[in-house]
Design a protein around this ligand. Structure first.
Ligand code: RB5
Length: 149
């Protein structure tokens, strides 16, 4: 991925700044959807901005940070077409790309430190969707987005 949208709430703000710098060092273009300070705010706003950018094709993927990564990933997953994963270790981050074709990575600034967060991000970015049997399952996930009685 060469262009990523980034979002966080006030709890994730400081970690976002460091991870954005880490991405820029690798030549990845970052679209910063906020928040831009430690002033208290609500994570669904930033999940929405990043998920919208992914669904519209403005960016190839997104990264989200809140305190745990939980609220912001749940919010992003409300958007049809979004497959957001919350990770606190690199293995699941990479496999979530290879098997689940995740298009948003989330983690918690209260859960992981900077160096572990960088490893999670790098593993997620390195993962390539394998298709094949996994494609069938991802399509089955998408089918769940259709209205059911
Ligand atoms: C904010 O206090 C906190 O609830 C939020 O950052 C996140 O952890 C929610 O899932």
């Amino acid at each position: 991925m060469k262009k990523i949208a980034f979002g966080c709430d006030h709890v994730g703000f400081l970690l976002k700044e460091d991870i954005v710098a880490h991405l820029l060092e690798q030549g990845i273009e970052v679209v910063d959807k906020g928040t831009w300070s430690g002033e208290r705010t609500d994570y669904p706003l930033y999940a929405s901005a990043v998920a919208g950018a992914v669904v519209s094709g403005e960016v190839e993927g997104g990264i989200l940070i809140c305190g745990t990564g939980v609220g912001i990933s749940i919010s992003a997953n409300k958007f049809p077409g979004i497959r957001a994963v919350v990770c606190s270790e690199p293995y699941s981050a990479q496999l979530s790309r290879q098997h689940n074709n995740t298009n948003i990575l989330a983690f918690g600034s209260r859960v992981v430190g900077l160096e572990l967060a960088k490893m999670i991000v790098d593993s997620w970015l390195a993962g390539q969707f394998e298709g094949g049997r996994h494609q069938v399952r991802v399509e089955a996930i998408s089918a769940l987005e259709q209205p059911r009685i």
